[in-house]
Write a protein of this length. Structure first.
Length: 347
């Protein structure tokens, strides 16, 4: 259950007066059992935390400054319910840690958050029913430009007739464990710009991202990595079909196209989600005697049934099959299956 606190009452204990602001404690805990089999590997039965919705707890607050302006923050920590470990060692709020200002100019945020096409409060990606959850069916299971990053500055315009423009920069690049502790030319850099449309039954987004990972290990590919994401959703009432496309490329690396068709529909008091994804491309680093082309397709289906407003039973099954250079990859995102049954509680 969400708990609303009055920050002024807390601060009064220290003898300091502050304007009142609403602060909310929230979180998600998901646990379940996954049966999986990757090519060339044994069948595994695992207790899995956060298979779809990452386990988290957080604090968020906002203060109304008047005249349409407000200041707020989000502090969100990921954890593993299996053993109580923090999501990223050494980070108190690894999922998100931002301060933002909103007003007639739009919104401006600073701190740690996810890229425009990944997750968290600044994400605008649409077009794939499983998002970045459900294991192998995650949109970013095979390739992506950026996940979460430090030292982010993010801006979003006001919404005009359903349209908004979003821009993001990070002086750490897409390496979520990196910092800006070197000179400018040796730091990683992330740039993202996108547009989102949401009005009536339509949602759509177009995102371009670029990451210069100069701060990764010397053995890694330090060439800039680029990505384009497009998504479209149309709520027809009885069913919401979705289409997603992604192109990610990097010199001396992979150049991958990804298409996804998916949908969700209310069924028997719950929600059915189905999706099919196809990824194909070429590896510039392949040697002369190696296959340089690759492909993989995946199908997945999930059913979510609410036991209450905050508790959901989730079930899922997915199967993937790789071809050419990926035919022997031994992870379930490329070759194999996953079956899941779990319980998710939000507060």
């Amino acid at each position: 259950m969400k708990k609303t606190l009055i920050a002024a009452a807390v601060m009064a204990a220290s003898g300091v007066a502050f304007a009142a602001s609403n602060v909310t404690l929230y979180g998600v805990i998901e646990e379940g059992v996954v049966v999986s089999k990757a090519k060339h590997k044994d069948t595994m039965v695992d207790l899995k935390a956060g298979f779809d919705s990452g386990n988290r707890w957080g604090i968020k607050g906002v203060e109304d400054l008047g005249n349409g302006y407000s200041v707020g923050f989000i502090l969100e920590q990921g954890f593993t319910a299996d053993n109580g470990e923090e999501g990223v060692p050494g980070k108190a709020f690894n999922r998100e840690s931002i301060l933002y200002v909103k007003g007639g100019f739009g919104s401006l945020a600073f701190g740690r958050t996810g890229g425009l096409a990944f997750a968290q409060s600044q994400n605008i990606r649409t077009g794939w029913v499983f998002g970045t959850g459900y294991g192998s069916s995650a949109w970013n299971a095979i390739d992506f430009v950026a996940k979460r990053m430090n030292n982010v500055v993010s801006y979003a315009t006001p919404v005009f007739s359903g349209f908004s423009v979003h821009a993001m920069y990070s002086n750490s690049g897409s390496n979520e464990l990196a910092n800006d502790d070197k000179k400018w030319s040796e730091n990683g850099h992330y740039y993202g710009i996108g547009a989102k449309y949401q009005a009536n039954a339509i949602k759509s987004s177009l995102i371009f991202e670029a990451a210069q990972n100069k701060n990764i290990a010397a053995t890694g590919n330090r060439n800039a990595k680029y990505g384009i994401n497009y998504g479209l959703e149309w709520d027809l009432g009885a069913i919401t079909p979705m289409f997603g496309y992604q192109y990610v490329w990097q010199d001396n690396g992979n150049k991958d196209h990804q298409f996804g068709l998916s949908a969700k529909a209310p069924v028997a008091g719950g929600t059915v989600k189905v999706g099919a994804r196809y990824t194909f491309g070429k590896n510039d680093e392949a040697k002369a005697n190696e296959e340089d082309k690759h492909n993989a397709w995946l199908i997945g289906a999930a059913y979510e049934y609410p036991l209450s407003k905050r508790t959901i039973v989730k079930s899922y099954a997915g199967y993937a099959d790789g071809g050419k250079a990926w035919k022997d990859k031994d992870t379930t995102a490329y070759n194999g299956y996953q079956v899941y049954l779990g319980l998710c509680h939000s507060f």
